[in-house]
Each structure stands twice: as structure tokens, then as C-alpha cells.
Design a protein around this ligand. Structure first.
Ligand code: PXP
Length: 244
């Protein structure tokens, strides 16, 4: 069964609109867990636009499942991760101006820096995944730098699905790239996760990818939760994943 990590960054986006204390990210995390989330994901961005340092510490103390910290490979954030010791980190590229994480990491080009980051985090007992595009060479580079796993960026998959449909050439080609990158991950004994842009429509097709361990889904669940309540939004997504 593929697991579900729920990304609750946008609970903090709403809170930061007034810079107050509600809605509480810890309360949101506990509701997600009760509804079946297998882990809780947050992205501590360098500009702190949503999740704040205190959130990460509070979540680590309060949740019963596992904390997955998305982060850039910068010294300041690595220091925080080594302090918090989440179960997992996912190293992501970060640009100040982007609305969300737009692409995967270029692991091939930044092997030296990323290898040292992976080593520090693994030494602290943290499982380290790398957020990469569906690209065989990037997956192989993750294995070469000693990462534990990869999270395949499904942003293009989601975009092509929405804009052109499942029968379009660009969707089929992207899905083929995801299958090949996933095979490469399995061949190199890397954990295999996927995320970005996954929603209640496109999740079913994604479940066809063999050996997936976990999805990380944020925006669509939080958006759906506005209408159905967070518990139902998580439960509905879990059900779709379990049905495959
Ligand atoms: N995985 C990673 C590494 C991400 O950076 C994000 C976005 O923060 C997600 C998954 C979740 O994407 P979405 O919010 O589109 O579901």
C-alpha cells in the first residue's frame, strides 16, 4: 500500500496572512494523522513565508507519525534539521520568487555540496531523500552521493494531465519518464516517493507506478479541506490511493 504524507504548509500560509496563531499547524497535523496520514510534511523555506522554525519544533514534539522536513541544502537550514532530527528530510531546490518548488534538484551538477549535506544529515540518523525530476541520470546521481531515496517531481505529470489529458503525447511521454526514473531508483535500492501537483483526479493513474513508497500531497488536500473539512479531505485521498 502506498503511504500518504500530507504537506500542511498552506495551513501556515493562512495563519501568516494575519501573523497570528490560528489555524494551528499542530492541530491540523493531528487531524491529518487521525484521518490516516502516514506522515506530516512541511517545507521550512529560507524566506519563512509559511512554516516558521517554531512550527517544526512543535510538530516534532506533537505528532505521532513521522515528520518529513522539506529543505534547501543551505547551512542555516541544515543546522535546524540537525537540531530537530525529523524522521525524513527531502532536499529541494529553492528560489525566492517561485510560488512553489518549480523543478527538481540538479544533483548531477552539485554532487559535492549535496553529498556533504547528505552525509551530515544521515550521520544524525535522518533518512535523506532528494527531490528530482523524472530523469534517470539525476536518480543515478542521488545514489552516487549516498542519498537514501528520491522523491520524483510530478509537477509536469499534473500539468499535462490537466491541460491535455491522459491520452496526450506529452502526458504519455512524461509518464514514461516517471516509470523509467522509478525503475532506476529501484535498481539502485533507493526509496521511491512522488509529489507535487497530485490531486483527486490525477492520483489514480500515478498509483500505477510500481514500487512507490509514499506520496507527498499538500495543496489539493488543503484546498479540498476548505469545503469538506480536513479530516474528510485526507480520508478521501487515502481511499483513492488505497483503491489504486
Ligand atoms: N513534494 C515536495 C518536495 C514539495 O516541495 C511540495 C510542495 O511544497 C510537495 C511535494 C507538495 O506539492 P503540492 O502542494 O502541489 O501537493
Amino acid at each position: 500500500m502506498i503511504k500518504l504524507g500530507v504537506n500542511i504548509d498552506h495551513i501556515a500560509t493562512i495563519r501568516q496572512a494575519r501573523k497570528g496563531e490560528i489555524p494551528s499547524v499542530v492541530d491540523a497535523a493531528l487531524i491529518c494523522e487521525k484521518a490516516g496520514a502516514n506522515s506530516i510534511t512541511v517545507h521550512l523555506r529560507e524566506d519563512r513565508r509559511h512554516i516558521q522554525d517554531k512550527d517544526v519544533y512543535d510538530l516534532k514534539k506533537s505528532i505521532k507519525t513521522k515528520l518529513n522536513l522539506e529543505m534547501s541544502a543551505t547551512d542555516d537550514i541544515i543546522k535546524i534539521a540537525l537540531n530537530v532530527k525529523p524522521a525524513f528530510v527531502c532536499i529541494v531546490p529553492e528560489k525566492r520568487q517561485e510560488l512553489t518548488t518549480e523543478g527538481g534538484l540538479d544533483v548531477k551538477k552539485n554532487k559535492k555540496n549535496l553529498a556533504s549535506c547528505v552525509e551530515k544529515l544521515k550521520k544524525a540518523g535522518i533518512v535523506v531523500n532528494m527531490f528530482v525530476e523524472a530523469d534517470i541520470e539525476q536518480v543515478l546521481a542521488c545514489s552516487q552521493i549516498g542519498a537514501d531515496g528520491v522523491e520524483i517531481h510530478t509537477g509536469k505529470y499534473a500539468k499535462f494531465y490537466k491541460e491535455n489529458g491522459r491520452n496526450s503525447l506529452n502526458f504519455k511521454e512524461e509518464f514514461e519518464r516517471i516509470l523509467k526514473a522509478s525503475q532506476e531508483a529501484t535498481k539502485n535500492k533507493l526509496l521511491l516517493n512522488a509529489g507535487h501537483g497530485l490531486d483527486y483526479d490525477n492520483i489514480k493513474h500515478m498509483c500505477k507506478v510500481p514500487n512507490l513508497k509514499e506520496f507527498n500531497i499538500g495543496f489539493s488536500i488543503i484546498a479540498q479541506g476548505i469545503f469538506t473539512g480536513l479530516r474528510t479531505a485526507v480520508k478521501d485521498m487515502k481511499e483513492l490511493i488505497n483503491k489504486g
